[in-house]
Design a protein around this ligand. Structure first.
Ligand code: NAP
Length: 245
């Protein structure tokens, strides 16, 4: 029995991605800090297909030792796909950003993603049909005002994942590595980034369900990058964007 791992599955893109993979008959391992939301997701998945197994793991991935113990807990399962989706943003000029929040941002967006990706690649690169999909952002290819640190963390995710994809191809590995780069998507992201109770979306945005369906398009394609074009707001599947030697 094979499993799809999704971090940050308790809301937004991760939640909808879990439902989208469930519709494709995939067993799931879902993780985040909020247990109640993960239980709700598990119920919804089992309403889609009661034969699917859904494993819940409640943990804070901004703490390094939890990252290792989370991966250790996966040893009992055969993994197929790993979606590193947990992440958050911040909107402040660099000189006035709250550093406790920034520490967590870097630990989650960069450190946890790197450790989990490395361990998964180490154990599964030679297994047929395996994929790693890391969630970057259009902000991982374009710097937005007042979001320099967040964008930089996502530039890291884009560069790391495009580089990993290239490395796996060079090694003729069986695993594929892909980057999803959403633009504005209606989730809890903006509330958390801006520390407000409500956020009203203006201009173009996608729903989390739309973004999850884009992620599934990327999953089924041979392209490396799935990105929202900022001028048309269309989702595009693309070859690597960064230069490789
Ligand atoms: P969201 O609704 O806030 O979801 C974020 C997920 O990450 C939640 O499940 C949250 O669960 C989890 N998470 C946050 N801190 C965590 C921690 N310390 N440990 C473990 N899990 C943690 O936002 P989203 O938009 O779906 O975000 C998903 C990804 O998309 C992120 O990487 C984000 O940077 C990226 N993205 C979003 C947008 C957008 O406009 N929404 C645009 C571009 C990229 P708990 O709080 O339960 O832990």
């Amino acid at each position: 029995m094979k499993y799809t791992v999704i971090t940050g599955a308790s809301s937004g893109i991760g939640y909808e991605t879990a439902l989208a993979f469930a519709k494709e008959g995939k067993n799931l391992i879902i993780t985040a800090r909020r247990q109640a939301e993960l239980e709700k997701l598990k119920k919804e998945v089992q309403e889609i297909d009661s034969t699917l197994d859904v494993v819940i793991n409640v943990t804070d991935l901004s703490i390094l030792e939890n990252v290792y113990s989370f991966y250790e807990s996966l040893k009992d399962y055969e993994l197929e796909t790993f979606v590193n989706n947990a992440g958050f943003g911040n909107f402040d000029p660099v000189g006035s950003q709250r550093l406790e929040k920034i520490e967590k941002l870097l630990q989650l967006n960069v450190e946890a993603l790197t450790i989990l990706s490395s361990l998964f690649v180490r154990d599964y690169a030679e297994k047929e049909g395996t994929q790693i999909i890391n969630i970057s952002s259009v902000g991982g290819y374009t710097i937005f005002p007042d979001a320099v640190t967040y964008c930089s963390s996502k530039y890291y995710v884009s560069a790391f994942t495009e580089g990993l994809s290239q490395e796996l191809k060079t090694l003729n590995a069986k695993m594929q590595a892909k980057v999803l780069a959403p633009a504005s998507t209606q989730t809890e992201f903006s509330k958390r980034a801006r520390e407000v109770n409500e956020y009203v979306y203006k201009g173009d945005f996608h729903t989390a369900k739309e973004m999850a369906s884009f992620l599934l398009e990327l999953y089924h394609s041979d392209k490396t990058v799935g990105i929202v074009d900022l001028s048309s707001y269309e989702f595009e599947l693309r070859d690597p964007i960064f230069n490789h030697l």
